[in-house]
Design a protein around this ligand. Structure first.
Ligand SMILES: NC(=O)c1ccc[n+]([C@@H]2O[C@H](COP(=O)([O-])OP(=O)(O)OC[C@H]3O[C@@H](n4cnc5c(N)ncnc54)[C@H](O)[C@@H]3O)[C@@H](O)[C@H]2O)c1
Length: 307
């Protein structure tokens, strides 16, 4: 079968690979290009299955977790077919558009990040970074009841997308802390940092209230510098967030299936497998300023031209 193979940065190719062999507890999945059948999506976080975290449905906290699409040795979805453990396969309601199936994973990351803050109906939420993860966090914050949800984003194309999703935006490069707080209508009680740098954490501290919860889901750099007194003396809490738990993934899948129209702005383009190496290259070098491009290994009725 054909599969997209990553050799090293800037070098990807579509190559023939052996058919994946399902084991007794696996499913063989056809990576689809149709939105009309009964379809499934896959929770790609695989735990050991034995530890307390796995037993609690929180494989993201399993010390031996593996993530499909991250670990090169595991069959993954940039290919015509893949295998996945059957218990990780999440059926979607009949009629769910194929796009939605592939959006569930990033949407679940954003949902989990917001859940980590124990959002209430009184919370004012600032999401820093409006890429796919920030978009997902903003959608989740709105859905879980935040009174105000604002996204801070530097890139005008992404800010436009966020406006189309119905969010107010701010630009930390050109707007002061006071101006961002004016968009928020005060200080944020919850900030989701969907970038993960010293600078974005500083924005989170500067714009949030005493006692605020700051969720660090962005992973742009492995080490950050932080204004320690803004955490200690003002009692802010910093919460880590990684992927999602089983329940949150399934809940997000159900919600996404029922809100396909609301999610349409998230997808900028669809390409087939043969176009994938060039698409990755042009996204990485900035020629293509898309937010989310979906790869349809078997081709799509709208492939390519809508990029
Ligand atoms: N913790 C997890 O489980 C998890 C899962 C997936 C992705 N991630 C991480 O989340 C981060 C975001 O992912 P993404 O796909 O949205 O990335 P992305 O690069 O597509 O988007 C990041 C956005 O942040 C904006 N940005 C950068 N600096 C900013 C600043 N100072 N202020 C405001 N906006 C700023 C950029 O313009 C961009 O639009 C990445 O670091 C990724 O590795 C974490």
């Amino acid at each position: 079968m054909r599969a997209l193979v990553f050799h090293r940065p800037w070098e990807m190719a579509v190559e023939d690979r052996p058919e994946p062999e399902p084991g007794p507890s696996d499913c063989l999945l056809e990576i689809i290009a149709t939105g009309t059948g009964g379809i499934v999506t896959v929770n790609p976080v695989i735990g050991c299955g034995h530890c307390p975290a796995c037993a609690a449905g929180a494989a993201q906290r399993c010390p031996d977790r593996k993530v499909i699409g991250v670990r090169a040795e595991i069959s993954s979805a940039f290919a015509e077919r893949m295998v996945a453990p059957t218990h990780k396969v999440v059926p979607l309601p009949v009629g769910t558009p194929a796009d939605v199936g592939s959006l569930v994973e990033p949407l679940a990351v954003g949902h989990h990040a917001v859940q980590r803050a124990d959002l209430t109906g009184d919370d004012t939420v600032l999401v820093v970074g409006g890429g796919p993860i920030g978009q997902a966090a903003a959608l989740a914050a709105r859905r879980l009841g935040g009174t105000t949800v604002v996204v801070a984003e530097l890139d005008a194309v992404r800010s436009d997308l966020l406006t189309r999703l119905g969010f107010d935006t701010a630009d930390p490069a050109t707007q002061s802390t006071d101006e961002i707080m004016a968009v928020l209508g005060g200080r944020a009680s919850v900030v989701v940092d969907a970038v993960g740098t010293s600078r974005t954490l500083q924005t989170a501290l500067d714009t949030s209230a005493l006692g605020a919860r700051i969720v660090l889901v962005g992973m742009a750099v492995p080490r950050v510098e932080i204004s320690a007194y803004a955490v200690s003396t003002e009692e802010r809490t910093i919460l880590g967030s990684f992927s999602y738990d089983e329940a949150g993934f399934r809940e997000t899948a159900e919600w996404a299936s029922a809100h396909a129209a609301e999610l349409e702005p998230l997808v900028d383009a669809r390409v087939d497998l043969a176009e994938a190496p060039e698409t990755f290259r042009s996204l990485a070098n900035g020629e293509l300023r898309a937010s989310k491009v979906l790869v349809y290994p078997s081709g799509s009725p709208v492939t390519g031209a809508d990029a």
